[in-house]
Design a protein. Structure first.
Length: 313
């Protein structure tokens, strides 16, 4: 990734004359259509002399002195094979485990795969009937905390903060949610002890009223702030800022944006992405055990790993 950086890809985009804009967190988007990026990549392949064969089914791959690839167009013999089959998310567009099966065939270790950057499903007892409501929140699993939108769904929670945390979440582990990140709500309420407004109305300046009704202890909803004890304040703050959830599962491969796990990077050269077990066999992109955050990191891994393999060939 040090040899093909984000600015290298941006230079290709600018040379092509594709208009783009920067949004939150430094993320870059095409002003018109992402199809322009697809066209850029395909034209780059053609310029390099690549022959593109569409709609070809690839079967078994054998390795002797050279690689023999069986396909619906017949046998293809090659000195090198690059596996760029992607991961398991969104099977409706053709995602399969072909690349993983091939890696196993040639003796490669596979780090356990799982859906990542995916919504999380909650047990019925923890779901809130608030589909479509989104709030700024900080979410943490067994990893970094992420502060972005959290979206309530029919089956659980989604939104960028949840998708990010899902990459670190493991079955049976809790999820910590702060619905008022960056605030000390206990201190705020203690300082407002003279306010006669009901607690839910007082906090409605920060969170949707329906969410407050669902999360605040029922006995405190309509109590004036001025009548809250220290214990009441602590309970109210905990219900909003140290909310612990216990997801059942992710929403699965249909909803996941990327795959966690894949071909063990310890068995690949970081210079060429070539297998240390089978000379001439390369693995790039999502089939490898590299998972990025939201915001183009997974695309950058695809470009960088492809660049490394391409230059080696």
């Amino acid at each position: 990734m040090a040899r093909f950086k984000p600015e290298d890809f941006v230079a290709l985009v600018e040379a092509r004359g594709i208009a783009y804009e920067e949004r939150r967190h430094g993320q870059l988007f095409c002003v018109d259509s992402a199809k322009q990026i697809v066209a850029l990549l395909l034209d780059s392949c053609r310029s390099a002399g690549a022959e593109l064969r569409w709609g070809v089914q690839v079967g078994a791959i054998a390795h002797g002195d050279r690689f023999s690839v069986s396909s619906s167009l017949g046998e293809v013999v090659a000195d090198r094979v690059v596996i760029a089959t992607g991961g398991l998310p969104v099977p409706s567009i053709g995602a399969t485990d072909f690349g993983l099966r091939l890696a196993r065939q040639f003796g490669h270790a596979i780090i356990e795969t799982a859906p990542a950057l995916a919504p999380l499903l909650l047990p019925a007892s923890e779901r809130l009937d608030l589909p479509g409501i989104a709030v700024d929140a900080e979410v943490q699993a067994d990893g970094p905390s992420f502060r972005e939108n959290l979206l309530f769904t029919h089956g659980g929670i989604s939104g960028p903060s949840v998708l990010q945390a899902s990459s670190y979440w493991r079955q049976g582990r809790p999820l910590a949610v702060d619905l008022l990140p960056g605030r000390d709500i206990a201190a705020d309420l203690a300082a407002a002890r003279g306010v006669k407004t009901q607690l839910s109305n007082h906090l409605a300046q920060h969170l949707p009223k329906r969410l407050l009704q669902a999360r605040l202890p029922p006995a405190l909803h309509d109590r004036p702030v001025a009548q809250l004890s220290r214990g009441d304040i602590a309970a109210a703050a905990a219900s909003l800022q140290t909310w612990e959830l216990h997801p059942d599962a992710t929403a699965g491969w249909l909803k996941a944006e990327v795959m966690r796990g894949g071909v063990d990077t310890g068995e690949l050269s970081s210079q060429s992405m070539e297998s240390r077990r089978v000379p001439g066999l390369h693995f790039i992109g999502e089939v490898v055990d590299v998972t990025g955050w939201l915001g183009g990191f997974n695309f950058q891994w695809a470009w960088a790993s492809g660049f490394a393999a391409g230059n080696a060939i």
